[in-house]
Design a protein around this ligand. Structure first.
Ligand SMILES: Cc1cc2nc3c(=O)[nH]c(=O)nc-3n(C[C@H](O)[C@H](O)[C@H](O)COP(=O)(O)OP(=O)(O)OC[C@H]3O[C@@H](n4cnc5c(N)ncnc54)[C@H](O)[C@@H]3O)c2cc1C
Ligand code: SF4
Length: 571
């Protein structure tokens, strides 16, 4: 796979970087691509057909961003469809700003187009436009001139909030985003003294205040968390559910052609048969998850397997983050289904707890631009442990020789997805152990995963995955040696390394602890590993450091690591 110089466009939305690899500017791309929306296109024809002879007068106009594709919340829910006009914008320059996975581009475009058709079918007037160089703001400005000020729900993505800022109070009237389940005040009640922020405290507050899984003021089952019971490795039983397949309709097929035509240089496999695109597809995905994943969700939540990239995880996040599925509907579905409590609570903690929590941290820190003193790094590019090495080609699909990493990377470029533990304990763990730049890793996640947007990917990678903001959001770095990966996965069986004998991940782990011994020394939760480190013989520690340098060098060159290449163990 082609390697992209992510570091060139990681930090902030820069000029259209598509030019770097496709030879087109966002403007030219927009102009050519705009033709695709004319009545010559299937989508354009279907939309015009639905809107033929429709009266445009007396409508209340709403700008619906690409990730608010649902009529069940916010201003659209409150209006009679015959009174509502909706502006939707495709922005080729945004799609080309980073080398987004092709499947992700198809997911967003196909869902937005189907949302347009679904709304037109129920009587809403749709104004569907393609942005040029002026981006979203320019289109909104133009439409506001024609039709008067529009309403918008506060965008979840900071990038879009920034783009629209100059229009607020004039062309755009902003109302709170009604899709979230919790409020910033609840987040503050859980952390009255400010940072560090803790998910557990937030989760208890919102469970109590929203009365979720509570009985007479107490958590159902006597505990707020059943996490400790949800750590079983997976040994093949019960069989993991087959993922849902969809029949792409003409609109989705047209999006597929558009992706192949304009974004062919983007990485990742495009598979339209695994792409939920319509409202009905999204509902089917939720039904599938409730019936097939949730009953077994809890026990295998942390397991990883070569036999299934998702195991019993629901694959709902891409649809929830686009609001094709409202979080409230997903939560209600899980609460109204009869499930083992450990699975039900485990899932509730993810959606009501973690998802909401990371969004509040994103806003409280202005996307990590406002950080406690003493954290190394630039705004939005913190690196509390000083990690700064570039991401090696292995993350773009070159073989690393580490079966766990290679397996997960292959899954990601095939599906724009992998589940939580593979993101945390393989991709981020390896990145931390190899001192890779947290910002570069974040940007990689942002382009590679279908569910990634700044508000969610930055807290997850910078705070949870790499400890780049120290203990702001998590209590310790999530790092491990080979023992964890061996216990929780079957990856080691197909590896040229032996997790107990010569796997480099274990010395990498010790070398990480040694490099950061001083900085992590005051952390209670690191006491046990740091005490073990102090008992580690000096010769072993020197070997650990040599392995770190050898593995880093091989991967930086784009070469796989092999047992023969590693420094010999001390006698
Ligand atoms: C390094 C790293 C990067 C991540 N990047 C993203 C990202 O870009 N976008 C994203 O949505 N999630 C991200 N996550 C969180 C989590 O891994 C995904 O939400 C989850 O894997 C989605 O798959 P699923 O729907 O099958 O999950 P399931 O386990 O079936 O469902 C849990 C649901 O809870 C929500 N959820 C759980 N944990 C989180 C969390 N930490 N943050 C936000 N939502 C959460 C999601 O909506 C998800 O659909 C990241 C986690 C890590 C460790
Ligand atoms: S032996 Fe080591 S490198 Fe290989 S899969 Fe296991 S943990 Fe990963």
């Amino acid at each position: 796979m082609q390697n992209f110089a992510l570091s060139n466009f990681g930090r902030r939305p820069g000029p259209c970087v598509a030019a770097k690899y496709s030879g087109e500017t966002g403007h030219r791309l927009g102009a050519r691509y705009g033709a695709g929306l004319s009545e010559r296109s299937r989508f354009g024809r279907e939309l015009s057909e639905l809107q033929r002879n429709r009266d445009l007068g007396g409508r209340r106009w709403i700008y619906v961003p690409y990730d608010q594709l649902n009529d069940g919340f916010g201003p659209l829910a409150a209006l009679d469809p015959r009174e509502a006009g909706v502006l939707l914008i495709e922005h080729p320059g945004k799609a080309a700003r980073r080398p987004y996975h092709r499947q992700k581009l198809a997911l967003v475009l196909s869902n937005q187009r189907h949302f347009a058709l679904e709304q037109a079918a129920r009587g809403v007037v749709i104004d569907y436009r393609v942005a040029g160089e002026g981006g979203y703001a320019e289109v909104v400005r133009r439409v506001a001139r024609e039709r008067g000020p529009l309403i918008v729900q506060e965008p979840a993505e900071r990038e879009l909030r920034e783009e629209l800022r100059s229009l607020l109070g004039r062309e755009l009237s902003e109302v709170p985003h009604a899709g979230w389940l919790t409020t910033f005040e609840q987040f503050q009640r859980a952390a009255p003294a400010g940072p560090p922020y803790r998910m557990d405290a937030f989760y208890r507050v919102v469970r109590r205040e929203l009365n979720v899984l509570m009985e007479r003021g107490k958590p159902r089952g006597g505990r707020f968390s059943f996490d400790a019971e949800n750590r079983k490795p997976y040994r093949g039983e019960p069989a993991a559910p087959e993922t849902l397949r969809f029949s792409p309709d003409a609109v989705t097929l047209e999006v597929g052609e558009l992706i192949e035509r304009h974004y062919s240089q983007h990485p990742g496999q495009l598979d339209l048969t695994s792409l939920p695109a319509t409202r009905r597809d999204a509902e089917q995905q939720l039904d599938w998850a409730l019936a097939n994943c949730l009953p077994t969700f809890g026990p295998f939540e942390d397991a990883m397997s070569t036999t299934s990239s998702g195991l019993f995880h629901t694959r709902l996040s891409p649809l929830i983050n686009l609001h094709r599925l409202l979080p409230s509907v997903v939560l209600a579905g899980v609460l109204s289904t009869s499930l083992p409590l450990a699975s039900q609570e485990g899932f509730v903690r993810q959606v009501l707890g973690w998802r909401e929590f990371v969004r509040h941290v994103h806003r409280a820190t202005d996307g990590f631009r406002v950080l406690p003193a003493g954290i190394i790094g630039e705004p939005a590019a913190p690196s509390a442990l000083g990690a700064a090495r570039p991401l090696p080609p292995a993350y773009w699909g070159d073989r690393s020789g580490l079966a766990c990493l290679d397996h997960v990377v292959t899954d990601v470029w095939r599906e724009a997805y992998s589940h939580h533990i593979t993101r945390l304990m393989v991709l981020s763990n390896l990145a931390s152990l190899l001192e890779l730049s947290p910002r570069e890793l974040t940007d990689w996640f942002w382009v590679a995963y279908a569910d990634a947007y700044d508000w969610v990917v930055e807290p997850n990678v910078l705070a949870m995955g790499t400890y780049a903001v120290a203990d702001l959001m998590t209590t310790k770095p999530y790092v491990s040696g080979a023992a964890y990966i061996q216990r929780m996965s079957d990856y080691c069986r197909g590896c040229s390394f032996d997790p107990k004998r010569n796997c480099p991940i274990t010395p990498l782990y010790w070398a990480f602890l040694a490099r950061h011994e001083q900085q992590l020394g005051g952390n209670q939760r690191m006491m046990v590993p740091l005490t073990a480190l102090r008992r580690r013989p000096a010769a072993r520690r020197a070997h650990d450091a040599r392995v770190f340098e050898a593995v880093s060098a091989r991967l930086a060159e784009g070469q796989p690591v092999t047992p023969a290449e590693l420094p010999a163990l001390p006698e």
